[in-house]
Structure formats: C-alpha cells, structure tokens
Design a protein around this ligand. Structure first.
Ligand code: FUC
Length: 344
C-alpha cells in the first residue's frame, strides 16, 4: 500500500515548512515541500533523480526554481506587461525589465496548504493556494490547486486547476531539474527525444521573436534521439545566446489531450524518463548557468549542465503574441492541465 507522511523542515517567512514524503509499493518516493509546492527530491532505487537543496535555506535564497511550482505565469512576459479587454497591466519586472516565472515573489515562494491521501495505486498530495487580486500585478483573485499523484509504476502525475473572479492569464509549470544518472553529474551524455518539428527562437533577452522555426538541420532537432551535449556548443546564434538550450519547443499534434512528448534516457544506468502533457509547449533548459551564479545541495556551486528541465507550458510571452495559443483564463472557466513524468 502506498504511504504519505510528513515532518517539519524548518521555517519560511510565512510560517513553518513541512516536507511530505510519498512512497509507492516499490519503495520509491518523492519529497514535496509546502514551500513553493516544491518537489525537493525523487528517489528511485536509492538514487536521486532531481537537483535540489538539502535544507530550506537554499530555497529561501536566490535560487533557480529547483523543483518549484512556477506561477502565476511560467517563463517570460516582455516588458512585464500585457493588455486584456482593453486594460494594460503592469506586472512585477524581475529580469531585464521583463517578467520571469511570475515575478520576484512567485508561487514558488508561497506556503501552500497540503492534503495528503492514498489509494491502492498511488500516494497523493493536493496542494492549494489563493493568489490575491493584483499580486505581482496580475488581475483577479486566482484559486489554484495542484495535485501530485505518485503511482506504483513510478509515474508522477501533476494536475493543475485554477479559477478566477476577473479575466486573467495563467501558465503553471513545474521546474524540476532531472538528473537520471543520480548524484547530479553531467547530463550531456543523456539522450533526448522530443516530438517537436518547430521551436520558438528568441531575442537576446530570451523573448520569443514570434516565429515558429523548423528544427530541421539545426541543433534543435531531437526528433531522432541524440545526446543532449551533441550540439550544445554549436556555432549557432540561438545556442550561443542561451549558452545551450533554453528554448520553447512547439509540441506536435497539440489538441489539449494528454500526449507523449519526450523520452530522456541515461545510457549508463539505462534509466528512462517518459513525459506526457496536455500543454502546447515545453521549455528545454540544460542548466546553462555561469560559474558561481547559483548553488545546489548544501550550498555548493552548481556545475553547468547537471540537470535537464522539461517545463511544460503555454509559449513564453504568449499574452503579447497573437500567433501563440492564448493563456487567458476567463471568469467561469477552469484552467485544467496535466503533465506526467514516468520513470522506467
Ligand atoms: C528556465 C529558463 C530561464 C531561467 C530559469 C531558471 O525556465 O527559461 O532562463 O534560467 O529556468
């Protein structure tokens, strides 16, 4: 029978932090913090599958969203502003005058209410947070739920819902850094398949230009599985400006249903991560930090390319891009998206 337990894990400015542990019948577990609805750890066969910190201090510092629930709007909004129903909203700007990942105090810095439960085939956490009208500049009181369902076959099902009392925009994602080799070594030899014929190129500030460019003949072609490191230093402007991959891919066949979009394989252990989403895009981020930019684990410097993020999403800056699927949530509608990461 799967189990759900929890224990104190320090304090945040808003109150006590708790760490929840979901363990499935195989004895594999995920650890989730009420702080930021953060996936702090995923343990498979006693190996660590994601990057994170060993204590709350790291999550309270300036950190790159390890395992966090990112919102109200994942990724970038140009000029930290958008116009909806004739009103222009100025948002909190936290990167080059743009907004990244919901602003300086995003959902990753909130304390979430957590309800654990179990069924025969899964251990489950239902997390909730209500974002006040105007928080980080966004219109509408937004009531959000996130469900993490950790099944006996080592699949993490993430399901988000949100409702609002004023028309607004929403784009929720999880920012786990996968490290299938365990131990947080280089991911450059890991092999990635992505079901995407196109990606959205960006300007120097990493705002999409608005084009959907073909991946054919570029470093962005993962339609035939290839090592993540194969073209990561290519003399190709889009790669150079991000120091690797930090781009949104346009997933093939988007229709809002749950579709398989990626397969990541660690050739050494043979371990695989199979990914499914209802979303139209995924941000592939290969941990391209400059030396000394961020820490990991107990506060040690993080080495480049030690994690792979597959952040499912509506496209970056879609509030300002008429050609991208709209992230608008209207009063009376329910935002409802699912992403599944299955370890094999
Ligand atoms: C990804 C990237 C950003 C940023 C963040 C921590 O979402 O798109 O560039 O570095 O991770």
């Amino acid at each position: 029978m799967p189990t759900a337990t929890h224990a104190p894990w320090g304090t945040s400015p808003d109150g006590p932090v708790e760490r929840h542990t979901l363990t499935n019948e195989r004895g594999n577990s995920i650890h989730v913090l009420n702080y930021g609805a953060t996936i702090q750890s995923i343990r498979i066969d006693d190996q660590e599958m994601v990057l994170g910190y060993t204590s709350i201090d790291g999550y309270l510092s300036k950190y790159p969203y390890y395992g966090a629930l990112v919102g109200r709007y994942g990724n970038r909004i140009a000029g930290a502003r958008f116009t909806l129903d004739g009103t222009t909203y100025q948002l909190d700007a936290n990167e080059n005058g743009n907004q990244l990942h919901g602003g300086s105090v995003g959902f990753n810095r909130k304390l979430w209410t957590v309800e654990p439960s179990t069924t025969d085939d899964a251990a489950i956490l239902t997390l909730s947070y209500t974002s006040p009208d105007g928080e980080m500049g966004f219109p509408g009181t937004l009531a959000v739920t996130c469900t993490y369902r950790w099944t006996n076959d080592d699949a993490l099902h993430i399901h988000y819902t949100a409702t609002t009392n004023r028309d607004t925009i929403v784009n929720l994602t999880n920012h786990s850094y996968f490290s299938l080799g365990g131990g947080g070594g280089s991911v450059l030899d890991q092999v990635l398949y992505l079901d995407a014929d196109r990606y959205t190129p960006v300007n120097k500030q990493q705002i999409p230009t608005g084009e959907n460019e073909s991946v054919a003949g570029t470093p962005f072609d993962f339609r035939t599985p290839k090592a993540v490191g194969q073209d990561i230093e290519a003399d190709y402007p889009q790669i150079q400006l991000a120091r690797g991959y930090d781009h949104n891919f346009v997933l093939n066949g988007y229709d809002g249903s749950l579709r398989e979009f990626a397969l990541l394989t660690d050739p050494v252990s043979g371990r695989r991560l199979r990914c499914f989403t209802t979303e139209p895009g995924v941000q592939l981020f290969t941990t391209n930090f400059r030396p000394g930019e961020f820490t990991v684990n107990d506060g040690a410097p993080i080495e480049p390319h030690t994690g792979i993020c597959l952040e499912t999403q509506h496209f970056p800056d879609s509030p300002n891009q008429p050609n991208f699927a709209t992230p608008v949530l209207k009063v009376g509608d329910t935002y409802n998206t699912t992403t599944v990461y299955r370890f094999e």
